[in-house]
Write a protein that binds this ligand. Sequence first.
Ligand SMILES: *Cc1c(COP(=O)(O)O)cnc(C)c1O
Length: 469
Amino acid sequence: MVESDPRRSIPRTDTLLALPEVIAAGETLSQTTIKTIIAEVQSVVRAGEISVAEVAPTIISRLGSRSASSLTPVLNATGILVHTNLGRAPLSPAARQAVLDASGYVDVEMDLVTGKRSKRGTGAKAALLRTCPTAEDALVVNNGAAALLLAVTALRGRGSAVGSATGSGLAYGSTAGPDLTAASGTAVVSPTDIIVSRGELIEIGAGFRLTDLMTTTGARLHEVGTTNRTHLTDYANAIGPESASLLKVHTSNFRVEGFTSTVEVSELRGLADEHNLPLIVDLGSGLFTHDDVLPDEPDIDAALRAGADVVIVSGDKLLGGPQAGLILGRSDAVQRIATHPLARAMRTDKLTLAALEATITHTGNPVHDALHIDPDELRRRTGTLAEAVGATVVPHDGRVGGGGAPGVPLPGWAVELPEDCAAVLRTGDPAIVTRVHQGRCLVDLRCVPAAEDDRIAAAITRVLDSRHD
Ligand SMILES: *Cc1c(COP(=O)(O)O)cnc(C)c1O
C-alpha cells in the first residue's frame, strides 16, 4: 500500500524551512545554501539511508556544521613545502592577520591625510625594495604567469612604443645596437621575437606551458640551442630586427644532467647591452638572497646583480606568501611594464598586497621554517609520534616542490604506516595528507606545525585501531 511507504511522508520543503532552527540559520546562511542542504537530506531519506524521523535533526546538524567555504583545511604531512595541490605556501600568522585586517574597507588607494587618491600597493612595494635593495623598482601582479606574460609583452626592444605611456620608448643599456625605427624606414616597429633557450621551454604543471602563454599576445618564441646545451653564440646568432627581448627561465621543476651547458645571466647582459634588448629572467621560486640549504637555487639579488633588467618570481613558492607575481628590477623597465594596459587586467587585490607585505616584514614564515627545520627536533617529534601510534620511523626526504630546487632532497624522517591508511587520513577530521610511496603511507612532520602533532597522533591511532576491528 502506498500510504505505508514512509518515504511518502518526507517533510515538505515549506515545513522544513519553517523550523525555528532553520529560520535561525538564515541569519548567517543564504536561502540557496539552506535549500540545497534541505534538498540533499530529502534525497538521502528518499534513498532510504535515513528514516523520516531523522530528517529534521540531520538538516539542523548539517546547517550547524556548514563551513564558510568548501575548502577543507589540511595538515600537510607529505614533506613537500610548496605543494600546489594544497594551495602552495601556508601564510604566516602575521600574513593571516593582515588579510583579516584588510578584508573590510581599507586605504588601499587613498591617502588618509590628504583624502586624495594614492597609489595601490605602495606598502608592499616599499617592503620588497627594502628587502631587495638591488632592485630599483617593483610591481606586484596576480601570479608568476601573469608577471611573465606582462613582462614579455611590455618589454619589446628598445624602440618599441608598446606599453610606453609616452610612446617615446626606453633605451636599455648602452646606446649601441640597431636603430629599429631607422632600419624599418617607416613608423616604429614592434619586434616580436623572444629569444629563449630550448632547454628552458618548460611546462609548469597540468599541461600549462610557458611557451603557449607567451605567444598568446602575438609574440614569437625564437628558440636557440638544444635541450641540453645552449651557448652564448646561439643567442648572438639569433638576434635581428625582429628581436624583442632575451629571456632566461629557471628550469624550476626538472633537472638536466650530464653533458649540459647554459648561458649565465651575466653573459646575456653583455649581449643585451650590445643590441639594446631587454633581459628578462623568470626565476619561478622566490628566494631574495642565497640560501645555503638550496645552494643551486638562483636568487633575485644575484640575478639582478648579474644584469637582469627585470626578475620574475612567484609570491607563493619559496617566498612563502600569497599567490602573486613579483617583478623586480630597473625602474625604467618596471615602469614600462606597470603602465602597459594589460597590467590593469592582472592587478592584485588588497588581500594579496596585505599578505605579501606582512610575509616580507615579519618572521614566522612556515615555508622558511620548514626548509630550515632543526633536524634533531624533527627526529624527536617523529620518534614521539611513532611511539604514540606504535609504528616505526624511517628516513624520508622532504622536497621544496612546486617550482623550486628540483631534485634537491631535504633529509629527514617519517612515520611509516600501511598504505591504506592514507585515504582514511585524507578524508578524516582533521584531513591529513601523507605521502604514498612504494606501498607505504609516510607521515612527514616537516610541514606540520608542532602544535598539531597530538591531533595527528590521535587520528592515526583511530585509523590503526579501526583496521584491527
Ligand atoms: C611557477 C613558475 C611560473 C608560474 O608562476 P605562477 O605563480 O604559478 O603563475 C613561471 N615560471 C617558472 C619558472 C615557475 O617555476
